[in-house]
Design a protein around this ligand. Sequence first.
Ligand SMILES: Cc1cc2nc3c(=O)[nH]c(=O)nc-3n(C[C@H](O)[C@H](O)[C@H](O)COP(=O)(O)OP(=O)(O)OC[C@H]3O[C@@H](n4cnc5c(N)ncnc54)[C@H](O)[C@@H]3O)c2cc1C
Length: 567
Amino acid sequence: MDATSHHVDNKARFSQPSQPHRAAFGPDFPFGFDQWISDPSGTGAIPVERHGSEVAIIGAGISGMVAAYELMKIGLRPVIYEAGRIGGRLRSEPFSASPNVVAELGGMRFPVSGTALFHYIDLCDLETVPFPNPLTEAAGSTVVELGGEAHYAQTLQDLPPLFQEVAQAWNDSLENAANLSKLQTAMANRDAAAVKQIWDPLVAAWDDRTFYDFVATVKPFADLSFRHREVFGQVGFGTGGWDSDFPNSMLEILRVVAAGFDDDQRLIIEGAEQLPRRLWQHEPDRLAHWPDGTSIASLHAGAPRPGVAKIARVDDGKIAISDRWGETANFEAVLVTTQSWLLTTGMDVEEDLFSQDVWMALDRTSYMQSSKTFVMVDRPFWNDIDPETGQNVMSMTLTDRNTRGTYLIDNGPDKPAVILLSYAWASDAMKVLTMDAGQRAELSIETLERIYPKVNIRSHIVGEPISVSWEADPHFLGAFKGALPGHYRYNRRMHSHFMQSEFPDKQRGIFLAGDDVSWTPGWAEGAVHTSLNAVWGLMNHFGGSTSPTNPGPGDVYETIGPIHLGG
Ligand SMILES: Cc1cc2nc3c(=O)[nH]c(=O)nc-3n(C[C@H](O)[C@H](O)[C@H](O)COP(=O)(O)OP(=O)(O)OC[C@H]3O[C@@H](n4cnc5c(N)ncnc54)[C@H](O)[C@@H]3O)c2cc1C
């Protein structure tokens, strides 16, 4: 892939006429977030006398930034607190040897069905290119190496029959158990009733069951050998190996495939972190209350406030936010976007601010761990052709060895390139937790040298490697949520928390958003949806409402919101 010569207009992606476009329209809450935020009538309005009221936003990741942007547009004043750096888990770390070349430590591939996220990507004029996932044209070639045997392929058809049997069985099992193509069509058609008709019974059927249970019991997958199951876990289809997800609730996986998140993913050329950074600077065309040229940055005199240490209700009903340096300010409303464990371990949060049911949900959240190790190389040498085989000397690589997934990021023929030597989750990520970046790079290179004995990877490396373990970072404690069986009710409590009209006063005014609250954790699109739910909740909290021609998420939540499971 040549990232410089294959720039595409993001909007062009949506202009192929034949089929309705894949969209993350539900399935739990089939609401058109992209339509709500792009409608010419705007998201809504608050009474003029509330203009300029401050809302504290804890966290400057994409959820906090989207909420700040939309709240500013309706005339509120977002006040962002951030403990680390703007971007959160959209973190593009520059290599010291060439600051224009980045390692994508968090989100790196964005499915085009994530139409709310792409609304902001387009707004910020960020260019994207296809992500070099396994067996895609963008990757060029893929090597699948399992049990010491390497297979070189450009498409699935180049792999031995066993891989095709696995792919076919996966698709057929999804049809059998989840009516997948009908569900996807209903989502693409934005037919909320049809989506709910298919999805809601699946929630009850699969909330108690793991992903592994699915591949072990649903036919035709269940009729295949253990080896097929193992290969599926190691290679997966779409984005790579999936056995790290085997203990999670099957609902997590069904949502990913239904929303098309494992397909047609794009890389943001300048780095994913540019999205929250550009939103921070962006001056909207239409603003209530604020003068033209206002941006979130200008409302903050250039920098967010420090990390939050304490959240407490004060006598006049406001919520006091104390930062880590001891400064306290009172707000009528607060939006928390951090990972939910941090409400118990990273901040001193007054217990009465949430019901015990919500605390239970926040604390039961289960995280996936994730490690990534990158090196910068002098050029995309993998495009060289081995004269003996006629094949690329190195390829995107999936393996059962410790590296698991190796991704090759080509920034153009005359630019340094990047190798994501190892992208691993869960126990594979934990294996390297105690190692520094150099040790991790060494371990990964030794593995790749076994797969590619003729290639001298080391001779191309420039500068120092970069590595991350999100679970080792005190501002995160994990990479992203991975809901376990039985967690649907917890997720629903967090997700519906923006609907506060029935809450006692002591629990009102504090809102939740972010990856933990999302139905599709590990995907920025889902985090954006929760942020927009919170925007509706906050607008309502300040006495505002949406336009009758452009209802918002809270206006339709009772009708098409996620189903209740009893108990
Ligand atoms: C390894 C990895 C790979 C991923 N891959 C993809 C992908 O390919 N595609 C995709 O779409 N998504 C991906 N994601 C998910 C995506 O990155 C997240 O959904 C999204 O970035 C979450 O944004 P957020 O605003 O909800 O949370 P965050 O980005 O976590 O923002 C929360 C912010 O709160 C801050 N904070 C913490 N404590 C405090 C405090 N006490 N006071 C103030 N601030 C505080 C944190 O520093 C952070 O900046 C990936 C995530 C990870 C970790």
